[in-house]
Design a protein around this ligand. Structure first.
Ligand SMILES: [Zn+2]
Length: 466
């Protein structure tokens, strides 16, 4: 299947290349659009985002006025260009920690309540503290709970080896009344672990101190609540083309709290806006294109998940594929194409479409497992083929990569990732220009035909390819 699918994309890419070489460039919509989008065009939108952050408390994070102003800017530009724009709202839940404390023999230790777990009742829970032995797999196996009576007890488990969810579930199975997970590195442990008993996170040092009190009666108080906010996505679809075979392209519009979020993800948002405005609301292409800017990605893909999960199965089938643009102007850039294992059928074609574009520009693209950690994960979860590009975050550039991509070996691709310094100066304009061209080329290619991603081309698509 991989070989068959790969061959299909080669056929698509070469037919586009043939058009480009035998006819004037204007007859190939993908080539045409990729040459009309510019770094300057995208950078104008980045300047807008920087000014919005600077006049709204320094960031554009979910549920802030800076985010709202970003939505208004993008929606306004699209409306001016003739798009019908909607800004559907969704809920963002923010965990507020009220009380987190465990008291034993006069000593008291701070805890952070787990999100999505129940609170302890008034006055707290008094029960014996039981420590799960700190072997190589602490709390990861049911046998870690053998030999002690955890029924009604407070289970203390060290972080490490397996997921928090697994440790918590094993403690629940052993009959524990509450769970404390202590860190195995410096820093607090603030978790969301959906479950039926109270849970809290302790620091490494407090976990060690508490472990020495195993067997004692302790009193645990964990109380938290969620504040519910409304946030908005931006959705704009071309007015032409098939609406039952839509090409979707998205970028998250929110930043983290720490800074203005220019590379993450002003860059992808600006690139996508440049593509949408240059494509226009009524392109003469066989498939409709739906552009989306997501809210609250940094809070856990909240906006895209709310959007995707609200689609009926028929509405999901109307989406041919989803393309994601998150961090495309890194200051020490690489040229990566998503290649997570196990993505839905058709995703390999998308990977190849981006890779072929970079290869044709002699950029030597590399695959990167992004682990579903951006909005495409909300679509692949539904079986929708998806892919995307990224110019790198915390990855350190190797000498081999510096040789082909330029930049600085031994340095992170984005040293300002999720930091205050992710500002306009944190953007590599050359990478931004190449990536806005890549986005334009692949979006327009699929607007011409999704052949190979979802099966044979329609008659209309074949006509467009002639
Ligand atoms: Zn991001």
């Amino acid at each position: 299947m991989v070989i068959r699918t790969a061959t299909a994309v080669v056929a698509l890419a070469s037919s586009v290349a043939l058009l480009a070489s035998t006819a004037s460039a204007a007859t190939d919509p993908a080539h045409d659009l990729s040459t009309r989008v510019t770094a300057e065009g995208a950078n104008r939108h980045l300047i807008a985002f920087q000014r919005i952050a600077d006049t709204h408390g320094g960031n554009r994070a979910a549920t802030t006025t800076g985010y709202n102003a970003s939505v208004d800017y993008v929606a306004g530009r699209l409306r001016d260009a003739g798009f019908d724009v909607s800004t559907p709202s969704f809920e963002v839940r923010e965990k507020i920690n009220d009380v987190g404390r465990i008291s034993a023999e006069g000593a008291s230790y701070d805890l952070i309540p787990f999100g999505e777990t129940p609170n302890t009742s008034d006055g707290g829970l008094t029960a014996p503290l039981r420590t799960v032995s700190e072997d190589g797999t602490p709390g990861c196996e049911a046998t870690d709970f053998a030999g002690q009576d955890f029924k009604g007890a407070i289970a203390l488990i060290r972080r490490g080896t397996c997921t928090f969810v697994t440790k918590y579930a094993n403690a629940v199975s052993a009959g524990a009344a509450a769970v404390i997970i202590s860190n195995n590195a410096d820093g607090p442990l603030d978790l969301r672990v959906p479950g039926t008993i109270p849970g809290g996170g302790a620091t490494k040092a407090d976990g060690t101190a508490l472990a020495a009190k195993a067997g004692q009666q302790v009193t645990l108080e964990l109380r938290h609540h969620d504040e519910v906010h409304q946030d908005r996505n931006v959705v704009a679809q071309t007015k032409t083309g098939r609406t039952d075979n839509v090409v979707m392209a998205g970028a998250h519009l929110d930043s983290v709290d720490a800074g203005p979020g220019m590379n993450d993800n002003g860059s992808g948002s600006a690139a996508l806006l440049e593509v949408a405005l240059k494509l226009g609301a009524k392109p003469k292409l066989p498939n409709a294109v739906r552009f989306t800017w997501w809210g609250a990605e940094e809070a856990g893909l909240v906006g895209s998940r709310a959007y995707a999960q609200n689609l009926s199965f028929e509405q999901q089938l109307d989406i041919a594929l989803y393309l994601n643009f998150d961090m495309v102007g890194s200051p020490n850039p690489g040229y990566f194409v998503y290649n997570d294992p196990g993505l839905p059928y058709g995703s390999k074609h998308i990977e190849k479409a981006f890779s072929d574009f970079y290869t044709a520009k002699n950029l030597g693209p590399e695959g990167l497992n992004v682990r579903g950690a951006s909005d495409y994960g909300s679509f692949t979860a539904l079986g929708i083929p998806a892919g995307g590009i990224i110019s790198g975050g915390g990855e350190v550039k190797t000498p081999q990569q510096a040789a082909k991509w330029g930049g600085t070996a031994g340095m992170e691709m984005d040293p300002c990732y999720h930091r205050k310094c992710d500002d306009l100066g944190n953007i590599n304009r050359e990478a931004l220009g190449r990536n806005v061209a890549a986005a334009a080329f692949v979006i327009a290619s699929y607007a011409v035909t999704t052949e190979g991603v979802n099966g044979v081309p329609s008659r209309m698509e074949r006509a467009a390819l002639r």
